[in-house]
Ligand binder design. Structure first.
Ligand code: TXA
Ligand code: MG
Length: 301
């Protein structure tokens, strides 16, 4: 894939919006770091973020919206959360709040959690993109997994060149580090990630900050989950893949992007089924499959 780097202007934002609406991730500057943005309502589009980053596990992603009103359609804001939002948005603050029922956000974005991280960015390019796409945008930093966060389009190109089709360039970002993250999910406010905005909140336990993918609150089914199953036992809800069919399938065509997009939905479906146990077919441990298997191992542990 050829990666184009285009300057921030109306025409190029319109082009980026077309790609995003078609399900492709696009790199765009924010005031913190360059983000790799995709339609947060489209699970396969979000799976492509992970594919491009080569990320071996799924974290909950931050969802970007235009204003507090749009944020309130996705999450439930306590008085404390609303006050923080009013004081710091648009700006480098992310609020983790309870996910609103029927918000329409793909479950891969929240990694199956009942909460959602939301921020209203200040950068004119990201704001223009949000207006043009008219959908919430999930966007982690636009670098290959394990790499350094990009503060210039050149950093993105070096890290993800050939893996994404478009980078919107607007020079160096103003803040240079990722947003402050505060959890407002009930009880006292908790600091999940320090960042450009200083806020008085309880420090979260270090495992939450250092390894969000391993957070204790991470979604795991309430039932035993059997991995690498060739076929279901009578009391198992079977999740298929490729040739192995089931009550439902991650991807009948063995497409890993589709499988990643459907993973959390199907774990929830298995959890909600009358069967007391869940079984899942083997998924190849290559590309996005490594991230799928990482999550499955945690869910089965
Ligand atoms: O500055 C930023 O925030 C950049 C730019 C691109 O906006 N974005 C960014 O996004 O850093 P991301 O998706 O890499 O941040 C994900 C982190 C997770 O690792 C986790 O710490 C936290 O946000 N997070 C998101 N949703 C959460 C949730 N529901 N519960 C707990 N933590 C959550
Ligand atoms: Mg990052």
């Amino acid at each position: 894939m050829q990666t184009r780097v285009l300057p921030f202007n109306d025409e190029n934002i319109a082009e980026a919006a077309l790609l995003i609406r078609a399900g492709e991730p696009v790199a765009v500057p924010t005031e913190t770091v360059y983000g790799l943005a995709a339609d947060a309502t489209n699970a396969e589009a979000v799976a492509r973020i992970y594919e491009a980053k080569g990320r071996p596990s799924f974290n909950p992603l931050i969802v970007h919206v235009s204003d507090l009103g749009a944020a309130q359609q996705l999450g439930e804001f306590s008085a404390d959360a609303s006050a923080l939002a009013s004081a710091h948005w648009p700006g480098p603050l992310t609020l983790v709040v309870p996910l609103r029922e029927g918000a329409g956000i793909a479950s891969i974005v929240t990694a199956g959690l009942p909460s959602i991280g939301i921020r209203v960015p200040a950068h004119p390019a990201m704001r223009a993109l949000l207006r043009a796409v008219e959908r919430p945008l999930a966007a982690p930093s636009a670098n290959a997994s394990g790499g350094i966060s990009p503060t210039r389009a050149e950093h993105v190109l070096k890290s993800l060149g050939g893996k994404i089709s478009l980078i919107i360039n607007d020079g160096a970002t103003q803040r240079g580090i990722e947003s402050t993250i505060i959890a407002a999910t009930g009880g006292p406010l908790r600091l999940l990630r320090p960042g450009p905005v200083q806020i008085d909140a309880d420090p979260a336990s270090s495992d939450r900050i250092e390894a969000p993918g391993q957070m204790a609150s991470h979604y795991a089914p309430s039932k035993p989950l059997r991995l690498n199953a060739a076929q279901a036992e009578p009391d198992e809800f079977m999740i298929g893949f490729g040739n192995i069919a089931g009550d439902d399938t991650l991807s009948a065509s063995a497409d890993l992007v589709e499988a990643a997009a459907r993973l959390f939905d199907l774990l929830h479906k298995g959890d909600a089924s009358p069967k007391p146990r869940i079984a899942i077919a083997p998924v190849p441990d290559e590309g996005l499959g490594a991230a799928i298997n990482d999550r499955l191992r945690r869910a089965a542990a």
